[in-house]
Design a protein around this ligand. Structure first.
Ligand code: ZN
Length: 136
């Protein structure tokens, strides 16, 4: 894996959390994006070489709404950038990790992504992501 690409934080209300994190990080939110397939709206902040991704559920049935119901707001996942998503997915599967999606899916911020089941990673939800290059 190349680096921590971003850290995902589940929030109830982006309208409140965006200005809060702008103050905290002293940097403006540079993008918000809805991912319909995940029933989530995201907001991104650059922090050095990595990013913070705030996640608000766009539906009471979405995974983020369910996460907040169970655990409250807070740390949701750590995303690692990889050079080749399929190769890394295969490697981790061979090592015994459970992939939550067997094929890559489209994520926010121009990425193809895959999640690992947190039961196999000490309770931490791990996202693998690879940037989609123009022409792909
Ligand atoms: Zn993420």
């Amino acid at each position: 894996m190349l680096k921590v690409e971003h850290i995902g934080i589940a929030v109830k209300d982006l309208a409140q959390s965006i200005p809060l994190f702008e103050k905290l990080l002293n940097t403006p939110c540079y993008k918000t994006e809805s991912v319909a397939s995940e029933q989530v709206t995201t907001a991104f902040f650059r922090q050095g070489d990595t990013k913070i991704e705030l996640l608000e559920s766009s539906s009471p049935e979405g995974v983020i709404a369910k996460f907040i119901d169970k655990k409250g707001e807070g740390m949701h996942h750590i995303a690692f950038e990889v050079a080749d998503l399929e190769v890394e997915m295969q490697r981790l599967q061979n090592e015994g990790f459970t992939l939550l999606n067997p094929t890559p899916k489209l994520g926010a911020d121009n990425k193809r992504i895959c999640f690992l089941h947190p039961k196999g990673t000490n309770g931490v939800l791990i996202e693998l992501c690879q940037e989609i290059k123009p022409g792909e």
